[in-house]
Design a protein around this ligand. Structure first.
Ligand code: ADP
Length: 354
């Protein structure tokens, strides 16, 4: 049912993040292969129980009232299921969905032409909505509130604006940076959901579901091994599962044992905690070269030969979240967990450094 406006997918392939096995952004042709693993209904969407219950109520009420639901904002890091939920909402409401993104809309006029061609009840999904140009944002507030768009006719002093009434529709905005959305735009959403990283148990269920779709037989404990390496992120879990499937095919395995998961992912340098080569290089430099820190971002990046921005945006969030690294005003400090993960005895005062 999805109708795509041209030029939709933001090209994220040109940065370092997209080269990593544990990247939370899509890599290669994943946007296509992700499709087969997308659940179509809310009941097949794994985890996030509170959000699902809220959304179910919200959709049931709209269906009972026979009106399109209020606009929905989905906020959270990449790969946690925002696009999937948008598709599910349209599916549950049995309405078409139009897909676009902030970066794909360069001028307010691009958005005006999408809005003016929406059918009654249609869902308009705007990915990366925080990246809409300012003029498009302003046009969107009005359209979301008053179901009206002002179309400019002519150019120069003779130009006039003609108000065009739109049918009722539902905007679903997705953002990885909710804080960057201007307050007036945020206020137009009647329902805002925050997606969190998934606990291991939920990822295990997700991996088991995906293994059925991908026709791969996992032995007891294999889904667990995969979930521990997936950084709380469904997209990474599905990616690692596909690589394990390659391993199973090449080695003619009827069933994948936990040991196979370990060997297959070791080949891709993803370790038991989901850390890859770059994460380990960061920890190794802090521990061995800087005695555990504190060390400034620039010194650290120079030591491992990476851009400071890559270290800060690509490695650090996960390392901090998992308690391997602490950011202090004096710089980055490795925790006891980091020393032990590298197999090095931490100094007695390791916890006093932060
Ligand atoms: P986002 O839009 O937040 O970047 P996506 O919705 O594209 O993330 O999800 C990435 C992949 O993970 C998709 O293949 C999707 O099927 C899968 N996925 C995400 N969340 C779930 C979930 N809760 N249950 C099952 N699969 C999921």
């Amino acid at each position: 049912m999805a109708r795509e406006t041209p030029d939709i997918q933001e090209n994220e392939s040109a940065n370092e993040e997209s080269l990593r096995m544990v990247s939370s952004a899509p890599i290669g042709n994943e946007p296509v292969s992700d499709e087969e693993l997308r659940p179509q209904t809310l009941s097949n969407f794994i985890g996030q129980p509170r959000l699902k219950a809220q959304l179910q109520l919200f959709l049931d009420a709209a269906k009972k009232r026979a009106v399109p639901p209020d606009h929905i904002l989905l906020a959270g890091p990449p790969g946690l299921g925002k696009t999937t939920l948008a598709m599910i909402v349209a599916n549950e409401l049995e309405v078409p969905i139009r897909v676009t993104s902030g970066p794909a809309i360069q001028h307010a006029g691009d958005l005006a032409s999408i809005l003016s061609s929406l059918d009654s009840g249609e869902v308009l999904f705007i990915d990366e909505i925080h990246r809409l140009p300012r003029a498009a944002e302003e046009l969107l507030y009005i359209a979301m509130e008053d179901f009206r768009v002002d179309v400019m006719v002519g150019k120069g002093p003779g130009a006039t604006s003609i108000p065009l009434t739109l049918p009722r529709f539902t905007v679903i905005g997705a953002t990885t940076r909710e804080g960057m959305l201007p307050a007036p735009l945020r206020a137009r959403f009647g329902f805002t959901a925050h997606l969190d990283f998934y606990p291991h148990e939920e990822l295990e269920r997700l991996i088991e579901r995906s293994s059925v779709v991908l026709d791969i037989k996992l032995a007891q404990g294999s889904a667990r091994q995969l979930s521990l390496r997936s950084r709380g992120t469904p997209r990474i879990a599905n990616r690692l599962l596909r690589r394990v499937r390659d391993w199973a095919i090449v080695h003619d395995l009827g069933e994948v044992e936990p040991d196979d998961v370990e060997q297959a992912l070791a080949l891709y340098q993803v370790d038991s905690e989901g850390l890859d080569r770059l994460d380990l290089a960061v920890l190794d430099a802090i521990v061995r070269r800087f005695d555990g820190g504190p060390v400034g971002l620039n010194n650290l990046s120079a030591m491992i030969g990476e851009e400071a921005e890559t270290v800060e945006t690509v490695c650090e969030p996960y390392l901090v979240r998992e308690g391997f690294l602490v950011r202090t005003p004096r710089g980055r400090v490795a925790t006891e967990k980091a020393w032990k993960h590298l197999g090095i005895q931490p100094p007695d005062d390791v916890n006093k450094l932060f």
